[in-house]
Each structure stands twice: as structure tokens, then as C-alpha cells.
Design a protein around this ligand. Sequence first.
Ligand code: BGC
Length: 726
Amino acid sequence: MRPSRLRFINALIFGLPAFAVALLAVPAEAQERPLYLDAAQPLEARVDDLLSRLTLDEKVSLVHGDTLFTTPAIDRLGLPRRWMSDGPHGVREDVGANTFNPAGRTDDFTTCLPVGIALAATWNPAAAQAYGDVIGEEARKRGKDIMLGPSVNIMRTPLNGRNAEYLGEDPFLASRLTVSYIRAVQAHNVASCVKHFAANNQETRRGSINVEMNERTLREIYLPAFRAAVQEGGVWAVMGAYNKLRGQYCCENDYLLNHVLKGEWGFPGLVMSDWGGTHDTREAVLNGLDLEMGSRKPHLAEAFRDGLQKGEYPMAVLDDKVRRNLRVMFATHAFEVRPEGSINTSAHQQAARRVAEESVVLLKNASGALPLDPVKLTSIAVIGDDAVRLQAYGGDSARIKAFYEISPLEGILRRVGGNVNVTFSEGWRKDGDATALAARAVLAAKAADVTIVVAGLNRQRPFDCEGTDRKDLKLPYGQDALIQQVVQANPRTIVVLVSGGPVEMDAWLAQVPAVVQAWYGGMEAGTAIAGVLFGDVNPSGRLPCTFPKKLEDTPAFSGGARAYPGENGVEHYDEGLLVGYRWYDTKAVEPLFPFGFGLSYTSFTYSGLKLTAGSGPQGPVVSVEFEVTNTGERAGAEVAQVYVHQAKPGLPRPLRELKGFRKVFLKPGEKQTVSVPLGREAFAYYSPDQDGWVAEKDDFTISVGGSSRDLRLEGSFPLPQTTLEK
Ligand code: BGC
């Protein structure tokens, strides 16, 4: 029936005035809808409109969590409840409203990707994109609005308990991966929250330690990944760190949040605290915090509202915080129906596997010990607790309730099928009889053609886990002695290291023919390890951090307790810019394995370096062009790395710095021309006096090669004029 007819009949039956009935009959879409619900309106107009409709209490409710991972809905305005979740390597299980204990759901198993340092070891922004894509897609399915990752703090000391979560020691490498990761997550209408801003480079006393470093170090080493996240990745949220910087807590740090992040970098999104990382209402209100999370008694709740009512804080401060929160909600389409997402798909599992495969670093391979040919083997002894230990549900906040997890042993078993006799021997146990366990492992090693020792750490305290740092770089629980005995019993012993960073190897490295660094490879770790061991995968991971010979060689160690882990509540980054390879190269300290290092089952040559000057204020200053050839018999990937050295800098600079890289996949015999553009920023350093980035008129050496210590091509490039960029 047509509406006019209906109105007429209604009027007849009920005797209502015709116009009233007419109003009721107007289709819903024609009724006036508030501007903020109209997705076609500009984002800022929607923010303004909704802001103008909120009461004081409603506004305040948006700047602190009501449970551990949510902020409340405002039903009368159709503003949805907002959900956050860890974390950097997948979507974490749901926990209780006010406890980190599992909520006990059965629908929160997810894809567990390799840890951050493994992602960094791929040296492949496309891998970071695939990684972020899985997280965004699964976050949607799980109904999460903000994902708490990526974690991008720089590896200052190999002892940091959270190094596994982070992206290594180099700001340029970390930046490139961060940007791809964030863009991919956010393409799914989920906000990324890059963390922990800034200088949260240790777990020891993280909640109180005051970090002191000079401005140049902050700008050149510890901030670039965050800046790239904001300015290139377009990240919508930033999490403040637990520690203090220059005397002020990072979640309430005027310099970091107001001055640098929001002022200089123009960050339009929201700053949230780390969980329980807010300490003072006034500082939090005025110094740039927009969302307080994880506090039992939030400072940005009643205390804030009371202060506003008493006129202690201008309303504009609250409005700015709310505006930032709303902006993120609109940007991620929280008011619209979003694509549903998907979880645990085979595509996600394939992505997890591929990233894991690309992350494995072959550290040593004497006389072709690897890859193993299963056809030529009758028996393999797999030794070590890490061969069977599941790692996904570890690391504390970064843990993942994985849909499944393939351990190294399972990966090996699946790969060799029933054709090879595989034995397993624990080798050590935390509280076990070390002598008896080692003796059994030695017997197993003697009886096998090949022995694979899976050694390393785990994702519990005090190893690769949030909350504590490692005490040293040694393999725990007598594993050094175990490896020594095993390799003595069977010289065909391969060591697979499972860890989030370097371990000392001097006790056995010379005796062992092959060593593989496998990190924590997520749910497909075992598949990736087996793939590399048996040659289905040609290793293409490269170290995103230097492996030192011993702890005493590491930069933060050089300054004593004052430099790490701090004295009297203060920590001085005395090594300054010389973090990671910048230290080893500048100070001529020989590393065990250098930054950027990793072997392959094939070989590569470099040739034909051409440096072509370009123009333009923003465009590339020089195009670095060269050829890489796969000279071996297997397909494989090389990570071509470009380092820059300045001849006579106005201020001292590290010997060389990574400014470009490209992962090149090549068939046997294939040659590819690689072109890496270097902009002026590749030549610039931060000048505290000039308060900006200065690229000086000077000669620069541009070196290209397969690691920071394997530079095959070198050219010189004169920068014609000095420029300063703020
Ligand atoms: C961690 C953060 C994490 C938060 C929420 C904190 O302990 O430092 O990285 O996102 O907990 O679980």
C-alpha cells in the first residue's frame, strides 16, 4: 500500500491529525540524522558535532578505561564501547574486566605471528605488511578497535627482557618495518598503537627509572621509529612508556608528548598511557595524555572532573583529549558497520609461516653441513627442551593463545615423515638431574647420524619476557656444557638457537659445524626451522642486532651501573649514539656476528655501483644503483644494505649508518639491478645547537654489501651544499 493511502486510512480509523501520521510514516533515512553519524561528512566536522553533544561526565568517561581494555559506550548517542587488545604479534586472548587472568573464552584462539625481532630479521617491509594485515583482519573479527603494537623500542642492551618484542638495534630498519606494519593494520579500520614512547629500553625498574640522554641520541636513535610511525605510517595511537625521561614520567612528559609528538610531528591521534603508567593528575592533564589505561583509580576520572569544575584546568584541555579520542574512532569507522574480519584462516597461517621462514638466520655453515638431505639419513637425535617447548603463550602482555603451535620437534617429524628414525632427548630440565639428562642426550647423539640441539632461552622470566631483564648472555641450565658433550659424541651436530636476542657461544661455536638462529617463530616456528634445516627454505634472515662475543663488549655495559641498569633511580645513556653496530664499528670491537649478517645456501656477488645525483628539495639526493647476482645453484634472497659515512662531520658521527636496504629474490644465475634512493635525511645528523637535521656540504662514502661488515662496493658522493631541516 502506498504511504498516502495508508495515512488516509489511519486518519479515518484513529481520527489522528493527518500531519502527525504523515510524520510517523516518513522513511527513516529521510529523518534528520545527527551530522556525526553521517559518514559522508568530513571527519573533523563529525568530531566537532559529537563533541558539542557530550556532557562533561561523558567526555571524562572517554579519557580513561572503565575496564582493563575498554572505554564505555555512550548509548544515548550511539557511541560504541571501545576495545583494545595486545598486542604486537597477534590478537591476545580476552581477559577479565579487571584482571589479566584469561576470561576463559573458547573463541579467542588466534594466529600467532613470529615475535618482533624475528620480523625485523626478515629485513622485508613486505613481510611486515603481511604481518600487519593478519593482525588487522583478526582484530576486526575479534571486535578490537585499537591494537597495542607495534613495539618499537631500540635494543640498547641485549639484556632487555623485551628485546624479542622489539625490532632490533637500528632506527632505520625499525622505521621501515614499523611503517608497513601500521599501514597494513590500519587498512582494516583498526588503530595501531605504537609503543612504548620513549626510551623504555629495559625492564629492570622500568616503572621508576629516570633516563638521561642527550638530545642528539634521543633524536637519532630512540625517536625515529616513532616519528616514522606518526608521519609515514599515520598511526592513530601512541602509548607512553613506564619510565621517566629527564625527570618526568613518559606518560606525562610535556617535552615528549606536547612538544615533540603533537607539536613538531603534528600527531593528530591519541596518546594513551601504558597500563598503570599514570602517576599524577595535573601532569597527566596538562602534559599530553589523552587516555589513561590500566589504573585502579584513574587520575583522569573524578580527580580530573573535579579540577575542571573548580576551574583548575581549562575545558579546552579536556576537549582536546576527547577530540583526539573521537578522531580515532571516526577514522577507524567505529560508528559504521565495518567488515567483519576473519580469524585463523589458512591464509593467515601461511603468512605466519612465510614470515617465520624469512626470519631464520643461518649463522654458521661449515663445509655444507646444512641443508640436511633426509634421503641420506637414517636417524636424527633431537635434543633440548626448546625443541618441544611452546613459546606463543609467553612474554607476558605479548602472549598469544595460538590456534596451534608447531614446535621444532614437531616440525622436524612432519618434514621427515616415517623415513627417518627421530629420537628426542630433553638434555636439561630446570630442576632436573643435569648429569643424567646430559648422559642420555649423549647416548642419543652417538646413536644418530645427525644431532640437532635446539638450545636457547624461553619466553618466561627472567629470559625473553616482560618484567625482568636477563642477567647475562649465557645459555642457562648448563646448555653450554650439554652442547660441548653432544658435539664431542657426534661431530655432525647442528645447533638451532631459540631466543629473542644474542647469546654467548664461545664454549662450543668452534666445534659445531652449523648454527641457526630461529628466534621465536610463532605458531609455524617448527615448520620454518625444519624448512631451513632440510633446504626447502633457503635462509634469508639477517641479524637486526649485533651478536657480541661477550656482555663486556656491549655498549651499555661500558658505562657501568650508571649506564645500565642505573644508579639511584637514574640511568645515563653515556654511550650516546653508539648503539649496536654504531658502537662496534666506531670503537673497532670485533663482534661475534655483525649487524646485517646471515648466510645463505647460495652465494651472491655485487657489481656495477653507480651513484647518480638527483635534484629536488624532497626528492632523492642520490640514486644508489648496483647489481646483485645469484652465483650459486639455489634460488635465494640477499639483503643488500646501503651504509653511509661522512668524511668530516661538524659533530662526531658513528663510523657508518644504515640508510637503505633491499631484499632481492634471485633464481640461480639471475642478476638484478637494484636501486636505492637516498634522500637528504640519509646524510643528515641532528644538531642540538641548530635544533634540526643538518646535512653538511661534505664527502660521503656510500658502501653496499651483505652486512655491516661485508661491504662489497664503495663509492664517494659529494653533497654540494649544507641544508638544515627542522
Ligand atoms: C605493557 C604494554 C601492554 C599493556 C597492556 C603493559 O604491561 O607494557 O606493552 O600493552 O601492559 O597489557
